[in-house]
Design a protein around this ligand. Structure first.
Ligand code: 5GP
Ligand code: ZN
Length: 112
């Protein structure tokens, strides 16, 4: 997907501050953090949103979710963290490459 912002980040065409990566996913700092810690976890595969998920993606999504607690701890979030997935324009999705927001620490928005 040549016009996808997060595919460009994956290809290092746009710089990002990566905190984790493996063969299936990368995690980098959100450029406009809404909390003390605000990361974005994305699959290397270009998937537009949750709406486009197929059964073949089950293992990928399971893998991504299981990495998050480990990454949160590495960021010092020992007491927990919040995950958000915005889906579609109505859900506030701006970048149409599936991503999981991982937030924690001070100034965490919403759902208090
Ligand atoms: P969405 O609203 O689509 O769920 O979230 C997109 C997120 O991507 C936003 O929190 C926004 O700050 C972040 N973002 C947008 N452009 C860039 C960028 O070029 N680099 C990084 N690291 N984050 C970005
Ligand atoms: Zn993409």
């Amino acid at each position: 997907m040549s016009d996808c912002l997060f595919c460009k980040i994956l290809a290092d065409e746009i710089p990002s501050d990566r905190v984790y990566e493996d063969e299936q996913m990368i995690v980098f700092k959100d450029i406009n953090p809404k909390a003390e810690v605000h990361l974005l976890a994305i699959p290397r595969e270009h998937i537009v949103s949750l709406t486009e998920l197929e059964p073949q993606h089950d293992a990928l999504l399971g893998h991504m979710l299981r990495q998050l607690p480990k990454i949160a701890r590495q960021q010092g979030l020992d007491e927990g963290f919040r995950t958000i997935i915005n889906t579609g324009e109505g859900g506030g999705q701006i970048v149409f490459h599936l991503h999981i927001h991982l937030m924690g620490g001070r100034n965490m928005p919403g759902f208090e």
